[in-house]
Design a protein around this ligand. Structure first.
Ligand SMILES: Cc1cc2nc3c(=O)[nH]c(=O)nc-3n(C[C@H](O)[C@H](O)[C@H](O)COP(=O)(O)O)c2cc1C
Length: 207
């Protein structure tokens, strides 16, 4: 039986989206690495929602190459080590209290930078899936505080353990995104079923 809904005014609307780590190139040629969760794919394009004042948005406006690194659930602590850091100096006034400048984000996260094939910023080696891309369009969001970037994927790298052997398919039973759910980290629960368009169907227990 459903209880009547209540009207609420939550401070955030982060209703559970995958975390990605964006590698971009700073002015001096070093790499920035920033966690974000406002990312989704439309075909070969990944749409990214970014705070306008951050170093990542700043980099993409001038240097559109980007790597969209997808961490696994067990890597949440590395993601959280990056959370209070910005690659922007001085730290923009609009950043939350406690946010500090860090020029070596890979080192701070404990992740290894690995060269990309089609773009300048490096990949995060430990992330099981890495999408090299180019932000072909970066424009202001409707509220002014955000930018929307549309990044065209140029190359996909995957850990063989999350690929169906002998195919180009990611195995949904082997791969789980890291989900940011109202500022808490989760992995996926057990599979419930699959789309009629799945190329990797499996029999799952009816529930
Ligand atoms: C799990 C997680 C998800 C985040 N999602 C976003 C996001 O979708 N967009 C965004 O602009 N910032 C997001 N942030 C905040 C940025 O990581 C933060 O502002 C960081 O300082 C940006 O770094 P930069 O200034 O070096 O680009 C998220 C942070 C965490 C930890």
């Amino acid at each position: 039986m459903n209880a009547a809904h209540v009207a609420i005014e939550p401070s955030i609307l982060y209703f559970g989206t995958p975390v990605v780590l964006l590698s971009t190139e700073n002015e001096d040629g070093t790499a920035n690495l920033a966690p974000m969760s406002s990312a989704w794919a439309l075909g070969q394009v990944v749409v990214l929602g970014l705070g306008a004042e951050g170093q990542t948005a700043h980099n993409l406006r001038s240097r559109p190459d980007v790597v969209i690194n997808l961490p696994a659930p067990h890597q949440w602590a590395a993601v959280e080590r990056l959370a209070p850091l910005t690659g922007r100096h001085p730290v923009p006034a609009g950043k939350p209290d406690g946010c500090r400048f860090e020029p070596d984000k890979f080192g701070a996260a404990g992740l290894r930078a690995e060269p990309s094939h089609t773009v300048r910023p490096p990949r995060a080696a430990e992330c099981p899936i890495q999408l090299e891309a180019r932000a072909e369009r970066v424009r202001p969001g409707v509220s002014g505080g955000f930018v929307i970037a549309e990044a065209v994927v140029t190359k996909v790298h995957a850990d063989p353990r999350v690929v169906v052997p002998g195919t180009d398919h990611v195995d949904p039973a082997a791969w789980s995104p890291l989900i940011y759910n109202f500022r808490h980290y989760f992995g996926l629960g057990p599979e419930l079923g699959h789309s009629y368009r799945s190329r990797t169907p499996r029999r799952v227990a009816a529930g």
